[in-house]
Design a protein around this ligand. Structure first.
Ligand code: GLN
Ligand code: ZN
Length: 763
């Protein structure tokens, strides 16, 4: 530890959006990948973004000299960047780890290539951000990679006169999230590598480093809870004992450290960042362990977009300051990665709604206002109070007819006929072959479609002309599926810019932003809608398109809706009503849509819930309450369906363990799931849990452009059929195809159908 550690800054943020206010990083990455630009162009774009961020955060008021500005850039993902910095590069990629990794190799880890599958992608805690799963087995190399991104980025900032705080994922979280036999067994070796990284940062002049340890607020990972606490204790005692190092801030975003707070406090680290939006102020007993430590109070929500109640936050800050014997700083609860750049860009939002919001830049202002306090920043506090009052009484926030309908719900509203009775009635109606083939809904979103949407927005296309473009696309997609020989067809979702936003635009109670993009993974961004009021459905939302698709074929066409949990998970949700109640409002709107689809003659309806696992609370004792309302809302949306209507659902993430029973509880007649990257692991898991309805484990990983071979799909189907009978198995890709191109889509689906035929013939 350096002798004179400067005090931790009074105000900071745990991280800032990396994608750029106009998604500059997305463009730079995608043109590099397509070969249109060089690695130098990409590096230049990255540097320009980092410079912009440092200057901008300085202008917003963060101290450019005091480690208040985080250096947290990553070209794709911070977990991947940290894994690379500690040399944890799986051998199968054949990358020479002794020199700093090239952008091409870095991209290959994330995206794979013709020969090599990429690292697995999965959701980051209870957010819609995805990270690349490190592969750390007994033999994976772990070695300090000098000149890695955190060091280079810090030096780059220093050179421009800004003293930043490098941010890396901490060693416990890196291993807790890794795949491989007992990654935690490598902890001591890994910590030794982090010691070298810390020494290199110190030598470069860094005074503080931030190690993100969100695994410590979660019970959901593969690592048993007791082991995590012990690992944190061992890792941080060793890191704290490093001879030459910056001050260590351990950040614990997304939840409450509970007993691990005292553990961390006793290790010798200098600072701990607490998420006080999700978690509580430690009690006096716990604080006694933290005497002299800097506590960084995460009072401004990094994960939602509402303005902070500054009075309430200031009161908690006061409480913490009084109870804690040591310095207290103010920060966001998490990185601001999860919110858009600035409300100032949203000139199309209604003025009233706009006044209730705070995105990344506005949150920096809130952190500074809290640090200053009501005496020094009276205006911010007055506005904060006025906004809360305005919001609670605003028109549409509470609508009696919506509240009456949810209040009148009974258990009967979530029940359907017996599953086997449904299966018989559905097979009679649909007459499907064994191992039916289908897709998850969307087909590639072509440039023409995006152009048409833009033209419609600008008024260059009339509604009728736009509808003509969409109908043209639907008929092409139906024709293609017919030619490929798929069994249950879809209309392809060409009318949807996004599976949540499409519905948000048609439901009352939502608003959509113009520039509110947040990174989902790599270059992928989403633009979450803002759910601000009571939800209802003024008119049918999908019926015309689905009916049109069905009119073009004799095969069944699957109607396609997004489920209530996913609509909530991928929107910024109001914070003034329990989530379960909001979910019921959305579910009732969808229930009406299901009924309208049935009346239009649609016999198969899929309600996607890819986000069911994502919202699972991080602590085991909160699971049941969540699963109760989430499963109920799905059932509420779907159980108005007739016995002979086949209800599908689709879920995509890679770890189903904790939600296996909930998946069964949804009661869908057919459930398609992501499975290709994990070699069908989920099928035996479901079978063991007694799941007896249709299962469609994905046989094509659609997250990368790689085309799966026929043999590979036959192999996957064989694995699935070792666990479930033929009559239960469906054949489909992992997820929708909207981000894929037509070339790989046609090739992959051709292989999928051929592999199914081969498997059918062999049974
Ligand atoms: N039906 C959606 C689609 O195919 C499902 C997408 C998802 O699960 N994320 O695009
Ligand atoms: Zn999916």
């Amino acid at each position: 530890m350096s002798d004179h550690l400067p005090a931790f800054p009074a105000s900071t943020i745990l991280g800032y959006p990396r994608i750029g206010p106009r998604r500059e990083l997305k463009r730079a990455l995608e043109s590099f990948w397509s070969g249109a630009t060089t690695k130098a162009d990409l590096a230049e774009a990255g540097a320009a973004l980092r410079t912009r961020t440092r200057t901008h955060l300085t202008d917003l008021g963060l101290d450019p000299q005091a480690a208040a500005i985080p250096s947290d850039f990553s070209y794709y993902d911070q977990v991947l960047s940290t894994a690379v910095a500690v040399g944890a590069i799986p051998e199968r990629f054949g990358i020479d780890a002794s020199t700093p990794i090239s952008l091409a190799d870095y991209s290959r880890l994330a995206r794979g290539d013709a020969e090599t599958a990429p690292l697995e992608l999965t959701k980051w805690f209870d957010t819609n951000y995805h990270y690349l799963v490190p592969e750390i087995g007994p033999d994976t190399p772990l070695r300090h990679a000098p000149g890695s991104a955190p060091v280079a980025e810090f030096a780059e900032a220093q050179a421009t006169g800004v003293h930043t705080r490098p941010v890396v994922v901490g060693p416990v979280t890196l291993l807790a999230l890794a795949k491989g036999t007992d990654p935690l067994a490598r902890l001591d070796e890994l910590v030794a590598v982090y010691q070298q990284l810390l020494a290199e940062l110190a030598a470069a002049g860094a005074t503080w480093v931030q190690l993100d340890e969100p695994a410590l607020v979660s019970d959901n990972g593969a690592v048993p809870a007791a082991q995590l606490g012990e690992a944190a204790d061992r890792a941080y005692r060793t890191l704290a004992a490093t001879a030459d190092r910056p001050g260590i801030l351990v950040a614990a975003p997304y939840g409450d450290l509970r007993e691990r707070f005292a553990t961390l406090a006793g290790t010798g680290v200098e600072a701990i960042a607490l998420d006080l939006v999700k978690g509580e102020i430690p009690d006096d007993g716990a604080l006694a362990h933290a005497r002299g430590l800097t506590l960084v109070a995460g009072l401004v929500d990094g994960h939602n977009v509402w303005r902070t109640d500054l009075h309430a936050a200031a009161e908690r800050l006061q409480h913490l300051r009084a109870a804690h014997d040591g310095p207290v700083s103010v920060a966001t609860s998490t990185s601001l990665l999860h919110v858009p750049h600035t409300v100032a860009d949203e000139t199309d939002l209604p003025e009233q709604l706009r006044s209730w919001l705070a995105f990344a830049d506005e949150k920096v202002g809130e952190v500074l206002a809290l640090t200053a306090g009501p005496e020094t920043a009276p205006e911010a506090f007055t506005t904060s109070r006025a906004v809360r009052e305005d919001r609670s009484g605003a028109l549409g926030v509470r609508r009696d007819e919506v509240r009456r309908r949810t209040a009148a719900l009974t258990a009967a509203d979530t029940e359907r006929a017996d599953a086997s009775e449904r299966a018989t009635a559905q097979q009679e109606r649909l007459n499907l072959p064994s191992l039916p083939t289908t897709t998850i809904g969307s087909f590639p979103q072509t440039g023409d479609l995006r152009r048409a949407r833009a033209q419609r927005r600008k008024g260059e296309l009339t509604e009728e002309q736009y509808a003509e473009v969409i109908r043209g696309e639907i008929s092409r997609v139906i024709e293609l599926q017919t030619e490929l020989g798929l069994d249950v067809l879809v209309h392809g979702e060409p009318e949807r810019n996004d599976m949540v936003q499409y519905f948000a635009e048609l439901l009352d109670g939502f608003a959509v932003t113009q520039h509110g993009w947040v990174q989902s993974y790599g270059s992928r961004c989403t633009r979450p809608s803002i759910l601000w009021g009571d939800v209802s459905r003024p008119a049918p939302m999908t019926v015309e398109w689905t009916r049109y698709a069905a009119s073009l074929t004799d095969k069944p066409v699957k109607g396609m809706l997004t489920g209530p949990v996913t609509i909530l998970a991928w929107s910024f949700v109001r914070d003034d009503l329990p989530l379960g109640e909001v979910a019921d409002q959305v579910a009732l709107a969808l229930r009406d849509e299901v009924s309208d689809l049935e009346h239009a003659g649609i016999g198969v309806i899929q309600v996607d819930e890819p986000a069911l696992r994502e919202l699972l609370p991080l602590r085991a004792d909160d699971h049941q309450a969540y699963l109760d309302w989430s499963v109920r809302s799905f059932r509420l949306a779907t159980s108005g369906a007739a016995t002979h209507t086949q209800v599908h659902t689709h879920l995509c993430y890679s770890e189903f363990g904790e939600v296996i029973d909930a998946i069964d509880g949804l009661g869908a007649d057919v459930t398609s799931l992501e499975a290709a990257r994990s070699a069908m692991e989920v099928v035996p898991e479901l079978a063991e849990a007694g799941f007896s309805r249709g299962i469609g484990p994905g046989v094509w990983d659609i997250h990368s452009p790689r085309v799966p071979s026929e043999a590979e799909i036959v192999d996957l189907l064989g694995r699935a059929l070792a666990a479930v009978p033929d009559r239960q198995l469906w054949v489909n890709p992992d997820c929708g195809l909207k981000t894929r191109g037509y070339t790989e889509t046609v090739e992959s689906l051709r292989n999928l159908v051929a592999a199914t035929e081969q498997t059918r013939a062999s049974r």
